[in-house]
Design a protein around this ligand. Structure first.
Ligand code: PLP
Length: 385
């Protein structure tokens, strides 16, 4: 199989597995236990926390381990809203966020908060001027993603944070699930108060992530029980997962120059090849400010879902932003937010490469895709007009 869906998830790096294995086998202690076995687990978590902190340029106590990106996003929204509601009940986010953010925002609306959803331009970028106009005295949280999962666009977070600081006392959260490990990130340079990441997007294990919370940020714990994570997130620590997460970050940091070069080259071959060979194909997202591994397209007159099935039969794994919910095909909210009509938005395809991909993988895709698009167009499920 040729795997071109690294924005969905990534294979576990063998080095990560090796780091995790002792904590899945003989080092099974509970990090809260006083005897040696438990204390070794505690040390492993402490070391992992230091590594995560070093990666983002924050203090170790500002790292809270979670079960992944969804929990981090939920935690940021609920936790900040509950602890700061007396200061205001207005929250700002964007129309292109991941569902973990969008659904959290909807939930707050149900509890009487007001939510402003900023639009994006045709390339998926948020306009800092729009944010400046949306900020109010009672805004307590701004949550804007660092890079988009469907179209790869990288948002100008430092600039958006500066605008936020100028006009309000709101906290700034960024969902950095897709950008972590792909582009350099310094929490200090971005200026954010909270940042969500997830290990499985960068060759780490699934079901583990971190929420960075800068010192002084008022946030209400969402999972209560024991005193884990400095009383901010209860539950016996996922020691192997945490060790794997930290190792994945360390490897990503170490190999970033090499990987960026490799990924960018494959991505650019995909983009140029697809646009050259397929008429009425369009790149979605920003042409330059985009993740190094991410290529996303619209094909006029084609259903993305049908294309995925054809690709699967040819042994190629990719994804489309549209989803089949209760029997009817729904276009992606992200592609719609770019201003495309529904029929066009249905024809989306995302190809995201990883460090294990080769030129031969790109060749196969470029060889197969044009014929598939042509055949689907001939069947004309959607008007090719
Ligand atoms: N945020 C973004 C931008 C994502 O792409 C994802 C994963 O698809 C998530 C959040 C959710 O992360 P997780 O799968 O770790 O819950």
């Amino acid at each position: 199989m040729v795997y071109l869906d690294h924005s969905a998830t990534t294979p576990l790096d063998p080095e990560v597995l090796e780091a995790m294995l002792p904590y899945l086998t003989e080092e099974y202690g509970n990090a809260s236990s006083v005897y040696g076995l438990g204390q070794r687990a505690r040390q492993a978590i402490d070391q992992a926390r230091d590594e995560v902190a070093a990666f983002y340029g924050v203090a170790a106590k500002e790292v809270i381990f979670t079960s992944g990106g969804t929990e981090g996003d939920n935690f940021a929204f609920r936790g900040v809203a509950q602890r700061n509601a007396e200061r205001g009940r207005h929250v700002i986010t964007s129309t292109i966020e991941h569902d973990a953010v969008l659904r959290s925002a909807e939930e707050l609306e149900g509890e009487g908060f007001e939510v402003t959803r900023l639009p994006v331009d045709h390339t998926g970028l948020i306009n800092p001027g729009d944010l400046a106009r949306a900020l109010r005295k009672d805004t307590i949280l701004v949550s804007l993603m660092h890079a988009n999962n469907e179209i790869g666009s990288i948002e100008p977070i430092a600039e958006l944070v500066a605008v936020t600081r100028e006009h309000s006392d709101a906290y700034f959260h960024t969902d950095a699930v897709q950008s972590t490990g792909k582009i350099p990130i310094s929490v200090e340079d971005l200026g954010v108060d909270l940042l969500t990441m997830s290990a499985h997007k960068l060759h780490g294990p699934k079901g583990v992530g971190a929420l960075i919370v800068r010192s002084g940020v008022r946030i209400q714990p969402q999972i209560v029980g024991g005193g884990h994570e400095r009383n901010r997130r209860a539950g016996t620590e996922n020691v192997a997962g945490i060790v794997g997460l930290a190792r994945a970050l360390t490897i990503a940091q170490r190999d970033m120059p090499k990987n960026t070069e490799h990924l960018t080259r494959l991505r650019d071959r995909l983009i140029e090849g697809v646009l050259d060979r397929i008429p009425r194909a369009e790149l979605t997202g920003h042409p330059v400010n985009r993740l190094p591994h991410h290529a996303s397209f619209l094909f006029q007159g084609v259903e993305g879902e049908s294309l995925l099935l054809q690709l699967d039969m040819a042994g190629i794994a990719a994804s489309s932003g549209s989803a089949c919910t209760s029997g009817s095909l729904e276009p992606s909210h992200v592609i719609l937010a770019l201003g495309y009509p529904r029929e066009r938005a249905l024809g989306s395809l995302r190809l995201s490469v990883g460090k294990g991909n080769t030129d031969a993988d790109v060749d196969l895709l470029l060889d197969q895709l044009p014929g598939m698009v042509a055949r689907l167009r001939a069947m004309a499920p959607i008007s090719a007009a």
